[in-house]
Ligand binder design. Structure first.
Ligand code: GAR
Length: 223
C-alpha cells in the first residue's frame, strides 16, 4: 500500500542535529512528510538515538562490512528502496557515494555541505575559511551529482566570521543556520516546486543562480 505522506530516508554518520531539524519540522507540521528510515554507517552515531526517540526505524549499515564501495552502496540502495522514498536526505553522511548510487536517486538526493560552495568542497571547511581570512562562512544545500559537493546549489546560508572565531565556534553558528535552510529546501522538493534539470536547480520553474539562493543569518527564508 502506498504511504499517504511523502516519504524520506535520511542518511547520517554522526550527531544528527540536521536529522533533528527534520524531525522537529515534521512534529511542528511545517513539513508534511514522514521519515521512513534513518540509516547510519556508524553504530555509535548519536543521530540513531534521536531517531529512535522519535519512533523512527533505524538501520546501521557499516561500510567496513562490505568489500567495496559498490557493494556498500548496493546494500544502502536495497535498504532505502524498501521505503520507496520521495527524497533521500544526506545529513552529515560522511561517505563518498558511487556514481551508480547517485544516478539511482538523481533529482531526489539532497546534501548539505558546511561551506559556501563552490568554495571548500571536502573536509575541514571552517578551518580552511578561517585560514584564508574569509569574512563569511556558511552552508549550502545542493542536489547531489557524481561530482563531490558539486551538484546544483539550492540555498546557501551565510554567516559573518568574527575575529574571535575558531572552527568550532563557527561550526556551531553555521549549524544553527543549517537547521533552518535544510528542511526548507527539502519542503520545496517534496512540494514539487524544486527540480533539477541538467546542471541547474529550478524553483517554481525559475533557475536558481549558481551559488544557490543566498540567505544571511536570521534573515527570513523565502516562502
Ligand atoms: C553538518 O555541518 C553538515 O553540513 C556536515 O556535517 C555536519 C553534520 O552535523 N556535512 C558534511 O560535512 C558533508 N560533507 P549533524 O550530524 O549534527 O547533522
Amino acid at each position: 500500500m502506498a504511504a499517504d505522506k511523502p516519504q524520506l530516508v535520511v542518511l547520517i554518520s554522526g550527531s544528527g542535529s540536521n536529522l533533528q531539524a527534520f524531525i522537529d519540522a515534521i512534529e511542528a507540521s511545517s513539513m508534511d512528510a514522514e521519515i521512513a528510515l534513518v540509516i547510519s554507517n556508524r553504530a555509535d552515531a548519536f543521530g540513531l538515538q534521536r531517531a529512535q526517540r522519535a519512533g523512527i526505524a533505524t538501520a546501521t549499515i557499516l561500510h567496513s562490512d562490505y568489500p567495496s564501495r559498490e557493494a556498500f552502496d548496493q546494500a544502502l540502495v536495497a535498504a532505502i528502496d524498501q521505503h520507496r522514498p520521495d527524497a533521500v536526505i544526506l545529513a552529515g553522511f560522511m561517505r563518498i557515494l558511487t556514481a551508480g548510487f547517485v544516478d539511482h536517486y538523481l533529482g531526489r538526493l539532497l546534501n548539505i555541505h558546511p561551506s559556501l560552495l563552490p568554495l571548500y568542497p571536502g573536509l575541514h571547511t571552517h578551518q580552511r575559511a578561517l585560514d584564508n581570512g574569509d569574512r563569511q562562512a556558511g552552508s549550502t544545500v545542493h542536489f547531489v551529482t557524481a561530482q563531490l559537493d558539486g551538484g546544483p546549489a539550492i540555498i546557501q546560508a551565510r554567516v559573518a566570521i568574527d575575529r574571535a572565531d575558531n572552527a568550532d565556534k563557527l561550526a556551531a553558528r553555521v549549524l544553527r543556520q543549517e537547521h533552518r535552510i535544510y528542511p526548507h529546501a527539502a519542503n520545496w522538493l517534496l512540494q514539487g516546486r524544486l527540480v533539477m534539470r541538467g546542471d541547474t536547480a529550478l524553483l517554481d520553474d525559475q533557475p536558481i543562480a549558481s551559488g544557490g539562493i543566498a540567505i544571511c543569518a536570521d534573515q527570513p527564508l523565502p516562502s
